[in-house]
Design a protein around this ligand. Structure first.
Ligand SMILES: Cc1cc2nc3c(=O)[nH]c(=O)nc-3n(C[C@H](O)[C@H](O)[C@H](O)COP(=O)(O)O)c2cc1C
Length: 146
């Protein structure tokens, strides 16, 4: 079983909550997961050494946060091609960010993506806790199978 890096950005904390729940799901499947704020990713090498990657951003003004945009440019140079990938984020009404992050990981970083992004209004509402854990388990299962 592999090791997964879960990178999140957040303004008020909801996307961090989702990141922690996803990490639990990965661990349930026997994997290792490191959860890191995007502010801790400063150079390409900070992304080295993992089998899978999850990148998370909430949506503000229809977009992902600037920190995630900057990190995706960094990740372009990190050779994540073929690594297992997924994306997530909290949202209020439109929730564009996780999809945009997902598409960049797929088309530009050429990662081995899971079925789709995870967008949650709140980790605590409407089965969100379970959904976030299940997303982590999906990543864990994909890693176990590869
Ligand atoms: C000024 C502002 C703009 C926002 N813009 C959007 C938006 O365009 N679409 C959306 O779905 N949610 C939007 N939201 C809601 C946030 O995405 C939501 O509160 C989310 O849970 C924040 O996540 P965070 O705690 O990880 O920062 C906005 C919130 C604020 C305060």
């Amino acid at each position: 079983m592999g090791k997964v890096l879960v990178v999140y950005c957040t303004r008020v904390g909801a996307t961090k909550k989702i990141a922690d729940l996803i990490a639990e799901g990965i661990r349930i499947e026997g994997g290792e997961a490191d959860v890191v704020n995007v502010t801790g990713i400063k150079k390409e090498e900070d992304l080295d050494g993992y089998d899978g990657y999850l990148f998370g951003s909430p949506t503000y003004h229809g977009e992902m946060m600037q920190g995630m945009k900057t990190m995706l440019f960094l990740a372009e140079k990190s050779n994540l091609e073929g690594k297992v990938g997924g994306s997530f984020g909290a949202f209020g009404w439109s929730g564009e960010a996780p999809g945009r992050v997902f598409d960049t990981m797929d088309h530009i970083l050429k990662m081995d993506m899971v079925s789709g992004p995870l967008s949650l209004k709140s980790a605590a509402l409407g089965g969100g806790t379970q959904m976030a854990q299940d997303y982590g388990r999906e990543i864990g299962k994909k890693l176990n199978a590869s």
